[in-house]
Design a protein around this ligand. Structure first.
Ligand code: PMP
Length: 290
């Protein structure tokens, strides 16, 4: 593809952007990351992504070795180097190179890299018609073990769920919490709409506090819609009027069936469609200039 990658202080050709096999990001999934989008020459919600990146790093006691301002510049410079106006940006920090033991004290310096490219998560027609999803046997990690609020490189939980979605022949899986409440999809948050009220699981249940989720909550508030962060079950999705997923890569995507049950009338609902339009407009209206 011939991309230019930011790696540990330099912008280098993709072929030269290599990390050690002793990097603990690779050996142990010891690291954190962000997925960010650029629209029309601006990086959307960059400050929020940088904040979450530093919060994730702080939680796992990883010193990123750069200030927030420097990290912001890393993202913008990587977009610029690749001529990216619309694209998807992956910012990653690992514990760095260590030995074969898992002790992070053996890793003196974090590995930081940034990729600016493009992504197409779900086929375009799913945005028009809505998609079918399933709930899967794999439960979301419990917060007391590997907290989903940390956007860490440990995505095996999510990948197991994705494999189960693939086996079921659908594009996405919803994971439940250990207690059986709806948590989130493999790379997206979930909302349902019932009688004009939006519901989304609370962060305390063990989910990533999505930046798109927060944006949708703001957009809903602007329209006078109530958003309730509350526990709900599969049954609540079955009987919801509408359902959609949110994520930086996915944006808002309507869900029209779950576990074989049709949601509402089986088509993307009015609340979902209105939020999709207003989210799209917002992405084109603000952001950090590249
Ligand atoms: N949940 C998980 C597990 C994720 O990985 C993501 C991001 N891909 C999200 C939710 C959505 O978060 P955001 O809106 O910040 O992209």
């Amino acid at each position: 593809m011939g991309l230019i990658i930011y790696l540990n202080g330099s912008l280098v050709p993709e072929e030269a952007a290599v990390v050690s096999v002793f990097d603990h990001g690779l050996l142990y999934g010891d690291g954190v990351f962000e997925g960010i989008r650029a629209y029309a020459g601006r990086v959307f919600k960059l400050a929020e992504h940088i904040d979450r990146f530093y919060q994730s790093a702080h939680s796992i006691m990883l010193n990123l070795g750069l200030t927030r301002e420097e990290m912001t510049k890393v993202v913008v410079d990587t977009c610029r180097a690749n001529g990216i106006l619309d694209g998807y940006i992956r910012l990653v920090a690992t514990r760095g190179r260590g030995d074969l033991g898992l002790d992070p004290r053996k890793c003196p310096q974090a590995t930081v890299f940034c990729i600016a490219a493009s992504i197409q998560l779900y086929p375009a027609e799913l945005y028009e018609k809505g998609m079918a999803i399933v709930t899967v046997p794999t439960r979301r990690n419990i917060p007391e073990a590997c907290n989903p609020r940390v956007k860490s490189l440990n995505y095996l939980n999510n990948i197991m769920a994705k494999i189960e979605a693939n086996l079921a022949g659908v594009a996405e899986a919803v994971m439940l919490s250990a207690d059986g409440y709806v948590a989130e999809a493999t790379g997206d948050n979930i909302f349902i709409v019932k009688k004009g009220v939006l519901y989304t699981p609370p962060a305390s249940i063990g989910i990533l506090e999505g930046i798109t989720r927060a944006t949708v909550m703001e957009l809903s508030g602007e329209k006078g819609l109530t958003v309730s962060e509350s526990l709900f079950t599969r049954h609540d999705i079955f009987i919801a009027d509408e359902c959609f997923l949110t994520g930086t890569a996915a944006e808002l995507i309507p869900v029209t069936a779950v576990d074989g049950r049709t949601i509402g009338d089986g088509r993307p609902g009015p609340v979902t469609r209105d939020l999709m339009t207003r989210y799209r407009d917002l992405t084109r209206a603000q952001g950090q200039p590249i």
